[in-house]
Design a protein around this ligand. Structure first.
Ligand SMILES: [Zn+2]
Length: 214
């Protein structure tokens, strides 16, 4: 789905097919310029111009489709059923370390009057702790139990870290859905994995949008 990684020549047709399946228009979608930051952008019904440089998108507009591209980093989906507001996050280790999820929760509360206890959070596919070996200096970035040891090597558990950050920021544990998140590296036949494919891979797309009940 990426215009810059993998096989960009195929991407326009791939995107067209996806949006056709969804009976949606790519013109309604926001494709942010992701920079591994903690920047959160609110998307208005008029859409934002130019393309936002950020790693989280928020909207309460029914005609806006949020998208994030990943290959090992985690897409994180947030829905507030009370305020009818959604957010979609790109969270790798850099974004997680700079607290992109708490930043997004904070912006949902300050701009859309969301209450953290009402938010529902879900994780998409990403590289799980089983396959995410990191160097020892990650102890400096994640000192609070999100690194586990496997065969004397540190492995980073980004779901655990983001779950802890969510709970610290008022999300109810029962509203955090992580069980469906499949490891991209273990399942490289189904997903792109930047780590497993040594950077030579395309990107998957995650989308989040709201539809009115008929
Ligand atoms: Zn794995």
């Amino acid at each position: 789905m990426s215009y810059s990684s993998g096989n960009p020549l195929e991407s326009p047709a791939n995107r067209q097919e996806l949006f056709k399946m969804l009976s949606a228009s790519p013109e309604d979608a926001i494709f942010p310029h992701q920079i591994h930051s903690n920047f959160v952008e609110i998307i208005s019904p008029q859409k934002n111009n130019p393309i936002p440089e950020c790693d989280a998108l928020i909207t309460n507009d029914l005609n806006t489709i949020l998208t994030i591209q990943t290959a090992d980093c985690f897409p994180i989906f947030i829905f507030d059923p009370n305020q009818h507001t959604i957010a979609l996050i790109h969270a790798g280790w850099r974004g997680t370390h700079s607290k992109i999820l708490p930043q997004t929760i904070n912006k949902l509360c300050t701009h859309f009057q969301c209450i953290p206890g009402n938010l529902i959070i879900s994780f998409g596919p990403g590289i799980r702790a089983c396959c995410y070996e990191v160097s020892d200096d990650f102890m400096n970035y994640f000192p609070n139990g999100s690194l586990i040891q496997i065969n004397q090597k540190y492995h980073l558990d980004l779901i655990k870290e983001n779950t802890n950050q969510a709970i610290t920021n008022g999300i109810h544990p029962k509203n955090i859905l992580s069980g469906s998140s499949i490891c991209t590296s273990c399942n490289n036949d189904l997903f792109y994995s930047y780590r497993k494919e040594k950077g030579q891979c395309g990107r998957m797309i995650s989308i989040l949008t709201m539809k009115k009940n008929n």
